[in-house]
Write a protein that binds this ligand. Structure first.
Ligand SMILES: Cc1cc2nc3c(=O)[nH]c(=O)nc-3n(C[C@H](O)[C@H](O)[C@H](O)COP(=O)(O)OP(=O)(O)OC[C@H]3O[C@@H](n4cnc5c(N)ncnc54)[C@H](O)[C@@H]3O)c2cc1C
Length: 318
């Protein structure tokens, strides 16, 4: 087997989601001479991002204080109408604000595409000199002789289903870093290997998960109010926790979806089917009628809270 090529950097970041991109930007702001590379398995930044999203801009305000004036797509739809519905089979009850805790008021938040937001963050990162390699998955972790993390290996390309090498075969490359940052998102494939190896979750509670299913719709302009966000609880779920969301974003679009926490005991429950039923509720149907679904997907969500946050730094990894 031939020696793999290697590339050295000061910091290697796995994953160009909001976490990886923000970290890269912060490092470059504080230390412009530090070399930073981001590997992203999606064909482009944003391709694998799936979220609502209603975003609290607290972190962004600290990272790029003038983001609103810099063409950031998230600035297009400040949340101006926040509703929380309790659904029965045919009706709805609008929960008054004073009955909900402050964090559910969505005061000062924005709604928009997190994928577009990542594309914008990637541009900011590149302007600061961060190198981003989309289409490259970190497939394996490399270790130094002392056991610390040395970097990662990108996946081989041009491998046939049966494992044989196709004519365009390209061996993966070693990306070495003084520090490696794993920002793969929920249940990352490499992070799952690091957890037991470095006993990262020895002193925290187990993580718990939900599944979030999301669709993006172009809806009838008459039904659209930019900046309106709606959360729902109740029907159709009866023996599981979760609920729906429907965010009126810029350009006449709504991002809607359904989250089901994975602690349900009914083996016949299908989160996907529950979401499709939810869309038939008269109040939801009313908004979607005459509209067209443009994309959809699903993704795991972690929900363990602070007590489930594992140790985040260990040799070679920050
Ligand atoms: C349906 C749904 C709705 C949500 N709604 C909201 C909301 O309204 N508000 C909110 O604040 N949050 C919401 N969230 C949560 C939010 O999306 C996440 O908290 C956020 O995306 C986490 O960012 P991240 O950068 O950690 O990970 P991710 O956004 O998951 O990004 C990880 C990136 O790393 C890449 N990657 C992973 N593994 C590798 C690898 N081995 N090599 C190379 N690249 C890799 C992925 O392709 C991806 O681009 C929602 C989530 C879902 C699923």
């Amino acid at each position: 087997m031939s020696e793999r090529e290697s590339m050295p950097y000061d910091v290697v970041i796995v994953g160009a989601g909001p976490a990886g991109l923000s970290a890269a930007i912060r490092i470059k702001q504080k230390s412009p001479d530090t070399s930073v590379v981001i590997l992203e398995k999606g064909s482009e930044v944003g391709a694998h991002i799936l979220s609502g999203a209603v975003v609290d801009p607290k972190g962004l305000d600290e990272l790029i204080p003038d983001w609103r004036d810099q063409g950031c797509p998230m600035a297009e739809a400040p949340v101006n109408d926040n509703q929380h519905w309790i659904l029965t089979k045919k009706g709805k009850y609008n929960l008054p604000h004073f009955l909900t805790p402050g964090f559910m008021h969505n005061k000062g938040t924005y709604t928009g595409s997190l994928g577009n937001m990542c594309r914008w963050l990637a541009q900011q990162a590149e302007n600061l000199g961060v190198e981003i390699f989309p289409g490259f998955a970190a497939a394996e972790i490399l270790y130094n002789d002392d056991g610390s993390v040395k970097g990662v290996v990108t996946g081989d390309m041009g491998v046939a289903k049966d494992g044989s090498h196709k004519p365009d075969y390209m061996q993966g490359m070693e990306i070495h870093g003084k520090y490696t940052l794993f920002a793969e998102g929920v249940r990352g494939h490499l992070t799952k290997q690091l957890k037991p190896k470095f006993a990262l979750d020895a002193d925290c509670q187990p993580q718990v998960y939900g599944i979030g299913i999301k669709e993006l719709w172009d809806i009838n302009p008459e039904n659209h109010t930019t900046g309106r966000v709606i959360h729902s609880q109740g029907w159709p779920l009866s023996d599981a926790n979760g609920g729906g969301f429907l965010y009126h974003q810029a350009n006449g679009q709504v991002a809607l979806g359904f989250v089901v926490w994975l602690n349900y005991s009914n083996p016949f429950l299908s989160p996907f089917e529950e979401m499709q039923r939810w869309k038939t509720h008269p109040e939801i149907r009313k908004i979607l009628e005459g509209g067209k679904r443009v994309s959809y997907g699903a993704r795991a969500i972690s929900d363990g809270g602070f007590q489930s946050v594992p140790k985040l730094a260990f040799p070679g990894v920050h």
